[in-house]
Design a protein around this ligand. Structure first.
Ligand SMILES: NC(=O)c1ccc[n+]([C@@H]2O[C@H](COP(=O)([O-])OP(=O)(O)OC[C@H]3O[C@@H](n4cnc5c(N)ncnc54)[C@H](OP(=O)(O)O)[C@@H]3O)[C@@H](O)[C@H]2O)c1
Length: 411
């Protein structure tokens, strides 16, 4: 039975692999229009498709970006200046594309439209931001995508071509405040309805959902500056709630994640290329290991679990409701007596401290005995949180969360 099942799964993947390898013909005659080609994925995709011999119409935000791209590519690649937030700029670029994809009698159409242009700042906790901050991102990432698509759609339909919208894993799971996740959820919704409508006309719509990659959009310097600006504009009440240490703590925690961000941008551009050139493109492409193994599986988890993971893994505002403040009896383990003293000063008499070193078995044994004495006969331990490795010894049934550490409950 299991053997048949494995054989069926193997056959399915083999067929899928074969099907996905079929490439459309006459690629050298096909025009592809890409937005946001100054840097990052758009820039690499333009160069990649140019090398493959496709006719790339690359839209850049700045003349400098356009010049640099032209220097690195063949004469076939042409550039135009486009700001996706400006209707007149989109109209002018559409006219320019029309002139390139054929004269009025023999219009071959636009094979591919790649909506790639995007920004990510200002990003900060929602309460620090204004409506204008949200609009700034939505204007580029969502309304820009919609207006460019509506404007170029007649040309794409003519070619029975492809629309490739660059979304993000943050369009599947919203892990931080500000307009970015909102915009990417919007791109997903727009793409889903567009795909269904355009299927009647032979046009295919694909979504690209990258994880986190090192590009200008994830530049830490720009991000830190924008985060601090958002903090500066926050109301005194909000500042008091979050506390002065929130900004440095948050930025430090982000800095520790930075080495894990992928530098291999071709993981994304290869997906874009497949969406444009394969006979049977996928509807969604998740690009990068973090997207495939972490964010996407997380997006399918029950919401309460995702909330729990986000709650424990993100920095806490200074005046967040704390367990001691909530009236729970907290047994707090600190590594040093100094840390324990400071904590006792800030909390009620209910909170008690112990000093175990979690790398030493005898220290853990002593702490366990202390916990047992504190609990007494009739009281039980409801909740155990350990931010690192699982405990070396405990009588309590243990479940291990890979991200959060260990969480145990009395049965
Ligand atoms: N990097 C990631 O981790 C990641 C993850 C998921 C999704 N994405 C998405 O991938 C897309 C490309 O981002 P990227 O990572 O390649 O970053 P990037 O290097 O900053 O590329 C974004 C491009 O969009 C351009 N742009 C910005 N505002 C524009 C406007 N108003 N009109 C036209 N073009 C504009 C930028 O021009 P300038 O360079 O001149 O500013 C730049 O060329 C974005 O949609 C982003 O949301 C990125």
């Amino acid at each position: 039975m299991w053997l048949y099942l494995a054989a069926l799964v193997g056959l399915y993947h083999l067929l899928r692999w074969y099907r996905e390898r079929q490439v459309v013909s006459h690629l050298r005659d096909k025009y592809i229009f890409i937005t946001g080609c100054d840097s990052g994925f758009g820039n690499l995709l333009a160069r990649q498709l140019d090398l493959q011999g496709l006719r790339v119409l690359a839209a850049c935000l700045t003349e400098k970006g356009a010049q640099q791209l032209r220097k690195q590519t063949s004469d076939r690649l042409e550039t135009v200046i486009l700001d996706v937030t400006k209707t007149e700029s989109i109209a002018a670029a559409t006219q320019w594309v029309k002139e390139h994809v054929g004269d009025r009698v023999l219009l071959v159409g636009l094979w591919g439209l790649v909506n790639n242009a995007g920004i990510s700042i200002p990003t900060a906790p929602n309460e620090w931001l204004t409506k204008q901050d949200f609009m700034k991102i939505l204007d580029v990432n969502l309304l820009g995508v919609i207006e460019v698509t509506l404007s170029l759609l007649p040309l794409v339909r003519k070619a029975r071509g492809r629309v490739v919208n660059v979304s993000s894993v943050m369009g599947r799971i919203s892990l931080f405040g500000g307009g970015y996740c909102v915009s990417k959820y919007g791109v997903e919704a727009f793409s889903d309805s567009l795909r269904r409508e355009l299927s009647h006309f032979g046009v295919k719509v694909a979504m690209i959902e990258p994880g986190v990659f090192s590009t200008n959009i994830t530049n830490m310097e720009a991000f830190s500056q924008s985060f601090r600006t958002a903090w500066d504009q926050a109301s005194p009440e909000v500042k008091e709630l979050y506390g002065e240490t929130f900004v440095p703590t948050f930025l430090e925690s982000l800095e520790t994640l930075k080495p894990r961000w992928s530098k291999n941008l071709s993981l994304v551009t290869n997906c874009m290329e497949h969406a444009l050139t394969a006979c049977h493109p996928r509807t969604r492409y998740s690009c990068g290991w973090d997207a495939k193994l972490f964010y996407l599986p997380m997006s399918y988890m029950p919401t309460f679990l995702v909330d729990f993971m986000a709650y424990w893994s993100s920095p806490r505002p200074a005046q967040a409701l704390q367990l001691d403040l909530r009236g729970l009896r907290v047994l707090a383990a600190c590594l040093t007596e100094k840390g324990a003293q400071q904590l006792r000063k800030q909390t009620s008499d209910r909170l008690e401290t112990v000093i175990p070193d979690v790398t030493r078995t005898e220290s853990i044994a002593a702490a366990t005995q202390w916990v047992e004495e504190c609990l007494g006969a009739e009281i039980h331990l409801d909740f155990f949180y350990h931010p690192g490795k699982p405990p070396l010894s405990t009588n309590i049934p243990t479940g291990v969360f890979p991200i959060l550490g260990t969480f145990t409950c009395q049965a």
